[in-house]
Design a protein around this ligand. Structure first.
Ligand code: TXA
Ligand code: MG
Length: 330
């Protein structure tokens, strides 16, 4: 199941020669390339079908010298690194001048993250003797659901990506929390397992929501993390009536519920855990499975609107963005 050290050494060699490697992290699987090789970075954008103005996160080994990558390391960065690295937190800092701008989509900042997954760490230590950075977006086609298993990566890219390191199912299941420290105010660019409340506890100030001048985050496009089948979020109380109406209209429904008694009348369903960490762990696999069910619509029971569910609700809203009107006129 987990990549052998020979496979990891081989993957490091592929990265060093400018190739692409998919690898596991505790959040989701990444599609990696040498962050300092603009051609290799360009190959990531091409494989994903992602606009080259969208910056990539650079992954570092635990022993890495952050000062090599960032022009400045503010106090807030030190505190967050002490509290949360290795782990599912990305920091946006001012980019050191000698780091090619391709990895940051031309911006003057850089996203840095030290993952906790043992395979990711072994790869980072093998690559350039632990001194390199691996640029890696989630290993999915642009706008699609992020992969949380090696098989998901193969399903996304087929033979396009030949080196996929297996590290089992990603523990966290949704992408890292992103905190911008590159400007004068601390901003939460993308919520994740680490919540705004935990950031506030460490920094003593609540992170701001991004404003119009905040750096671009592709996960912040209104539509993202989306299956191909239309998705609708529905409150538990509304589910029975919604299912009835969809059945009357002859629609095939796949349903993702949250720890409630299964409803009938669907062609397939998943019941996810009632607590946020468990729900996040299973969410993307459930979305992928429901996407393959041959349904006309994926209904999702809306989770609570509390802080602990912020990262999950963010992903669900984006998955449903294109289909926001689908339940009208039933
Ligand atoms: O959990 C994760 O963050 C995963 C794993 C593989 O580490 N990676 C991931 O990468 O989700 P990606 O590219 O799918 O999403 C990274 C987000 C993008 O929305 C990107 O715009 C933002 O991070 N980002 C990266 N560098 C940035 C920068 N310099 N300024 C602003 N946003 C940045
Ligand atoms: Mg992504």
């Amino acid at each position: 199941m987990t990549a052998s050290s020979a496979a990891i050494q081989q993957a490091a060699l592929i990265l060093e020669s400018g190739g692409l490697v998919a690898f596991p992290t505790e959040t989701v699987y990444g599609l990696g390339a040498d962050a300092e090789n603009p051609q290799a970075v360009a190959a990531i954008y091409a494989a994903k079908g992602r606009p080259s103005s969208h910056p990539l996160i650079v992954h570092l080994a635990p022993e890495a010298d952050i000062g090599y990558w960032a022009a400045a390391i503010p106090q807030e960065a030190r505190k967050l690194i002490d509290a949360f690295w290795p782990g599912p937190l990305t920091l946006i800092l001012k980019r050191a001048e000698h780091i090619p701008s391709a990895v940051s989509g031309g911006q003057d900042s850089i996203g840095l993250r030290c993952p906790s997954h043992p395979v990711a760490q072994a790869l980072l230590r093998a690559f350039k003797g632990g001194k390199g950075g691996i640029a890696a977006p989630s290993a999915n086609k642009f706008g699609h659901v992020s992969p949380t298993t090696a098989q998901h990566v193969r399903d996304e890219f087929g033979t396009e990506i030949t080196c996929v390191l297996d590290g089992g199912q990603s523990e966290v299941g949704i992408e890292s929390t992103i905190i911008d420290l590159s400007r004068d105010r601390v901003a939460l660019l993308r919520p994740g397992q680490i919540g705004a409340d935990q950031i506030a506890e460490v920094l003593g100030v609540w992170p701001h929501a991004p404003d119009a001048t905040a750096p671009r985050v592709s996960g912040a496009l209104d539509s993202h993390y989306a299956p191909r089948t239309p998705v609708a979020l529905v409150d538990l109380q509304q589910l029975p009536l919604t299912l009835q109406k969809l059945a009357a209209a002859g629609r095939r429904v796949a349903l993702i519920q949250r720890a409630s008694t299964p409803f009938g009348g669907t062609i397939d369903h998943r019941i996810l855990p009632s607590f946020p960490d468990g729900y996040a762990h299973d969410l993307y696999a459930a979305l992928r499975a429901m996407d393959l069910a041959g349904a006309d619509i994926i209904l999702i029971e809306a989770p609570p609107e509390t802080d602990q569910w912020q990262g999950i609700n963010d992903r669900l809203r984006r998955a449903a963005y294109h289909s926001s009107r689908i339940l009208d006129n039933l």
